[in-house]
Write a protein of this length. Structure first.
Lengths: 138, 162
């Protein structure tokens, strides 16, 4: 049961992590420059939000299965804080892009900062997710 | 003979270090997870295009040119970190059927990719015009690839529970 839910969780992370990497690397200007930021966002952000729901559901099942492993684990709360931060950054990205499609092209420094911060946070989320299993709890 | 080889692998300085150092295994494992989610995620981007489910307005050639270099870079990281984790307890891992099955699945993924590249992808210029609906052989390659990689993730996670 737990390995199956974890597998769903990891495949979902693969979708969210890659989608966010595509958006963030485009935002920083390292990859995907053949498409506009609006096009890249339209391709990947809906997948991020939908798959995030799957992640929250599978994650909740994992917490219910072993509440002590997660809820009194500092790495778990670090992961949740990073997740909250990453979601806020994505919302900022999306809102500014919707208001003015050229916003991030006209504010390159902010774009590079937001893209790299978001990417680092997602790397931290994945890393912390694995470290939960290795930190003493209880 | 094969067992000697595995024992030799465990006795290497890196095999010993990963086995004996308390934080080295989880650190390498975290990099392995990060690499594999990028491998699987980026392959899914291509597979979903071949299946005509996502990125439908983009040329397949343009998409693969953009995405696959990242896939290969992430795969190299996954291969190196995976080999390090394996060398820490090579004898034990090679006796677990989930590990053997995972390796077989990776070989199948390579064969599927080879068939696609030598087959349907060779004529990509002919079917890759706007709007693009990939031929059946390409859709099949995408579907098989998607299935194989989900199984690889499941088997990989399962190894940790044996």
């Amino acid at each position: 049961m737990i390995p199956t839910v974890q597998t769903v969780h990891i495949v979902s992370i693969a979708i969210v992590m890659t989608s966010m990497a595509m958006v963030d690397l485009r935002l920083v200007g390292v990859a995907g420059r053949r498409q506009s930021l609006t096009e890249v966002g339209a391709r990947f952000l809906p997948w991020v939000w939908c798959t995030l729901v799957v992640l929250l559901c599978s994650g909740t099942i994992l917490i219910i299965a072993e509440p002590g492993r997660e809820l009194i684990n500092q790495v778990f709360w670090l992961k949740m804080s990073l997740l909250a931060g990453a979601i806020v950054l994505t919302l900022i990205f999306q809102t500014m892009l919707r208001r003015r499609s050229g916003f991030w092209e006209n504010h390159r420094a902010a774009a590079v900062l937001l893209g790299s911060a978001s990417l680092l946070m997602w790397v931290g989320i994945v890393g912390a997710g694995r470290w939960i299993a290795y930190v003493e709890h209880g | 003979m094969f067992k000697h080889l595995l024992q030799g692998l465990e006795a290497t300085p890196w095999g010993t270090a990963v086995r004996e150092n308390t934080w080295l295994f989880p650190t390498i494992e975290s990099v392995h997870v990060l690499s594999l989610v990028l491998v699987v995620g980026s392959i899914m981007v291509v597979d979903l295009r071949l299946l005509n489910i996502a990125s439908r307005r983009r040329s397949v050639k343009e998409l693969t040119d953009e995405v696959l270099p990242w896939t290969w870079a992430a795969f190299a990281c996954a291969l190196i970190t995976g080999s390090l984790l394996f060398s820490s307890s090579a004898v034990r891992y090679s006796g677990i059927w989930q590990f053997d099955a995972k390796m077989c699945m990776l070989v199948l993924a390579a064969i599927n990719m080879g068939i696609f590249h030598l087959g349907a992808f060779r004529s990509v210029a002919q079917w890759d015009s706007h709007p693009v609906t990939p031929p059946l052989a390409a859709k099949l390659a995408g579907g098989i690839s998607l299935t194989i990689w989900v199984i690889v993730v499941a088997l990989g996670r399962w190894i940790g529970f044996v």
